[in-house]
Design a protein around this ligand. Structure first.
Ligand code: ANZ
Ligand code: ZN
Length: 808
């Protein structure tokens, strides 16, 4: 065979795949479906960087592998092309997003094709196309009709210079990421999706075996949902007809309460405040309003809490005691009830606040040996006992909690209650580049959903699209757009001028892929039943909460509305690792962001793919160093030679065992996304063939080529024809199977050492575990004494060394 010419081979095969539509699968009739999904990219840059390429390559390898294993693999791609990121990129480049984004998409597509991805390019989803966002709006309308959408005033980050709302991610250290101005909190009327109605189910499904997700991702979701079981306790304000309801997870400490703390937005403040306190409290509330949402959330962490008294008291229902009421910075309006009972002896922030204000600090939990009055006792000890709490003294805190809640319930002053950290999802954006929220405001009928037949509400072409006026969307300037007729009463009305959050676009795109050609429904029932839920989803861990939570919520809600036959969209999820460049995080500010084009031009897609996967475990990432690609190229060249020289000889003995062991290892590794060790096993087999100085047999060469095919698809296609097979390998080849009976045939010698000195060796099956090796040592007359003596520790390197350490 000719020399290995990566660039020529890759060009040839990409053309063949395109012309023969190799990657287009028969969605209707294809047997054994496997939906291989990867998180679609934001085209908010002019090209992909190597981190994106890494993620897509790893996902593509799984897709190609599953195809070789006999699945009909659906591997679609799309573009999450609406949103603030894309819009800001357009603003920065001085080009209208409607012109810029398609250009970016074209370049992303070119790069992905050049990487040899197995995408079905006939089913691309672009969230900015009316044919797509018509259905994004349709989903909103379904949720609206089901009562899962609510208009509410909510706190948002507000940049006073840019005059726009910012996401939490756009606030850096309390300042606007774009202009550096101090960010404030503003309350705006917005549309919220009631994801909190689903908090319990979103949580419960995580625990069940039905979701094969990375444990780390489940944990992040769990914490984000943040369920706390506790109680609401009512404190009545003296001389006012006002009840303050506090939320606590520590009802057992209620006898230790010495003040009540309210969030600065608490609605009761104006009713109960004493006249002489108004000025001070107003100043504090104003100061807090000037802070961004993120800093508010961490108030009192590491620094002293701030607060102001309201000049009134509220009665503790258990003791009859009058407790002073304060506004403080560390009580959050959106959490619990926005009111807290301060228990200084057992809560850090309450303790510091009480110290500053000279409020009583009365312990109600006694723990053995704790005499420290200089900080709150917050730990939990099994011997903790309740004190200073009347008839509850002597109980354990957990017993007391239950009994105190029961007692308060009989008094009508409390109730068991569960709260969540999860917040309803605010989807309103006062920006341009998104799908208009399909609502019409009528003076008579109130907000009305746009009738389904009138969808999509198309985003008008606005040359002057940048957000300007105080929190008012750019679309408000498009008079023709704003003017509408009320769908209910026919009177003149106005359209909603906010667009929806990009996360709504991405909350359902995977449902659309199998049905992109359907313009009568968002997702065809038959296609959906056949292809969904997704078999494997690969993406960034940074999406563990927002995107992955929203997609689960939308799926669950649609399932409840009878639109989907399942409630969880992704059966298996794995986050990919991150890659660094020469040991450093890649970032625009460091100027070390690399794209794929240069490497593609010099080494080709196959070498780049293999190198990226060889750097480290796919779920952990690795360090990208150019020198590494060269080593991979050398391996591919050597393998090319071995395939060309393959002989139709039969294979037996250790060669057979080695082959079957390799097949076993590669298969298991690829299933588990351990691509680096899979490649290492292929390299090892190739080296073993070279070392024995006999040409590869056809059987070995064929197996090597098929197993390499997911990693280096172009190489494999060409090598497959060199072997005289019918192209394409992805249509005709079958992943090799291994026979466990052959595998055990292969043996290795494990060296036995004592304190690093060689004492002999034992022959065991390759891959034998430590206890099997030690059994072999015990069975060896010369070595059995080593096993009998007590070693401090045993160091075991599989297939190589076992070392008994006897000295310290
Ligand atoms: C009395 C108490 C005594 C509390 C004690 C803690 C320790 P987790 O478990 O994280 O959910 N809390 C309630 N609502 C709040 C709000 N809106 N802003 C700030 N803090 C709030 O936290 C629950 C605890 O956080 C609650 O229990 C309450 O303080 C506080 F020794 O009540 B605790
Ligand atoms: Zn009306």
């Amino acid at each position: 065979a000719a020399d290995y010419d990566a660039l020529a081979i890759e060009k040839k095969w990409q053309a063949v795949w395109r012309d023969r539509e190799t990657n287009k699968v028969d969605l209707k009739n294809g047997p054994n479906p496997f939906y291989n999904l990867m998180m679609f990219p934001y085209p908010s840059a002019d090209g992909l960087h190597i981190g994106n390429i890494y993620a897509f390559s790893g996902a593509d390898i799984q897709g190609r592998f599953q195809r070789l294993r006999g699945h009909t693999v659906f591997e679609p791609i799309g573009f999450d092309a609406f949103g603030i990121n894309a819009e800001n990129f357009a603003i920065k480049s001085g080009t209208h997003p409607a012109e810029l984004i398609p250009r970016n998409i074209a370049n992303f597509s070119r790069q992905l094709s050049a990487m040899g991805m197995m995408y079905d390019w006939s089913r691309v989803v672009d969230t900015t196309q009316p044919a797509y966002y018509r259905w994004t709006q349709w989903i909103f309308v379904q949720l609206f009709k089901a009562g899962l959408v609510e208009r509410r005033t909510g706190p948002v980050n507000w940049c006073p210079v840019d005059k726009t709302v910012l996401s939490n991610e756009q606030v850096v250290d309390g300042h606007c990421e774009r202009c550096g101005a101090r960010v404030e909190t503003r309350n705006l009327a917005q549309w919220f999706l009631r994801i909190t109605d689903y908090a319990d189910r979103l949580l419960a499904n995580l625990d069940e075996d039905q979701l094969d997700w990375a444990a780390s991702t489940k944990m992040i979701q769990k914490n984000w949902i943040g369920r706390s079981d506790g109680a609401k306790i009512t404190f009545t304000v003296k001389d006012h007809d006002v009840e303050l309801r506090v939320f606590t997870t520590r009802a057992e400490t209620a006898f230790g309460a010495s003040f009540i703390a309210l969030a600065s937005e608490h609605p009761a403040i104006d009713q109960i405040i004493a006249a002489e306190r108004i000025a001070e409290v107003a100043a504090l509330r104003d100061r807090l309003r000037r802070k961004d949402v993120v800093s508010r959330r961490i108030a009192g962490v590491g620094k002293d809490p701030e607060g102001a008294p309201l000049g009134c008291t509220a009665t503790n229902p258990l003791t009859g005691e009058e407790l002073p009421v304060f506004v403080t910075d560390y009580v959050l309006h959106e959490t619990g009830t926005g009111a807290v009972m301060g228990v200084p002896a057992h809560d850090d922030r309450d303790f510091r606040f009480a110290k500053m204000r000279s409020l009583p600090i009365r312990p109600v939990i006694q723990t053995p040996g704790n005499t420290d009055a200089e900080e709150a006792y917050t730990a939990v000890h099994p011997d903790d006992r309740i004190i200073n709490s009347d008839t509850f003294d002597g109980l354990s805190p957990v017993e007391a909690r239950v009994k105190i809640i029961a007692h308060l319930t009989t008094l009508g002053q409390g109730v068991a209650s569960t709260t969540y950290k999860l917040k309803d999802w605010c989807i309103s954006r006062q920006r341009y580049w998104g799908p208009p929220i399909p609502i019409i405001y009528c003076d008579t009928c109130g907000p009305q959903a746009v009738p389904e037949d009138d969808l999509p509400v198309e985003l008008p072409d606005l040359p002057d699209f940048e957000a300007k006026n105080d929190g008012i969307s750019p679309l408000s300037g498009a008079q023709e757009f704003v003017a509408a007729t009320c769908p209910t009463c026919g009177q003149p009305a106005q359209r909603e001028v906010d667009v929806s959050d990009t996360f709504l676009d991405s909350a359902w795109y995977f449902l659309r892929y199998p049905s992109t050609t359907d313009d009568t429904a968002p997702f065809d029932p038959d296609m959906t039943r056949k292809w969904l839920p997704v078999d494997l989803y690969i993406g960034g861990q940074e999406h563990a909460v927002l995107h992955l939570m929203y997609a689960r919520f939308v799926t669950m809600a649609l399932s409840d509305l009878g639109k989907l036959p399942f409630e969880e969209p992704f059966l298996r999820f794995r986050p990919h690792g991150m890659i660094v460049k020469d040991g450093q995080k890649m970032s625009k500010s460091k100027g070390n962001v690399v794209g794929p084009d240069d490497y593609l031009g010099r080494f080709g897609a196959d070498a780049l793919r293999c190198y990226l996967m060889f750097m480290g475990p796919f779920t952990e990432g690795g360090d990208f160093q150019e020198s590494g690609i060269i080593g991979i190229t050398r391996f591919l060249r050597r393998l090319w030679g071995q395939v060309g020289a393959a002989q139709p000889a039969t294979i037996s003995g250790d060669d057979l065992a080695k082959l079957h062991n390799t097949i076993r290892q590669v298969t298991q590794d690829v299933v588990a996304l351990r691509y680096n060790t899979a490649i290492a096993a292929l390299m090892e087999l190739s080296s073993a063939i070279r070392a024995r100085k006999r040409a590869a047999t056809r059987e070995e060469a064929t197996a090597l080529v098929i197993m390499l095919a997911p990693f280096a698809p172009h190489f494999a296609e060409e090598a497959w024809t060199v072997l005289g097979e019918q192209s394409s390998i992805f249509e005709h080849a079958c992943w090799p199977s291994y026979d466990a009976a052959f595998c055990v045939n292969e043996t290795v010698n494990v060296v036995v050492q004592v304190d690093g000195k060689r004492r002999g060796s034992v022959q065991v099956a390759r891959g034998a575990a430590e206890d099997m090796v030690r059994t072999a040592i015990r069975a060896d007359q010369k070595l059995v004494a080593i096993e009998a003596a007590t070693a401090q520790k045993v160091v075991f390197v599989p297939d190589k060394i076992i070392n008994y350490v006897t000295c310290r």
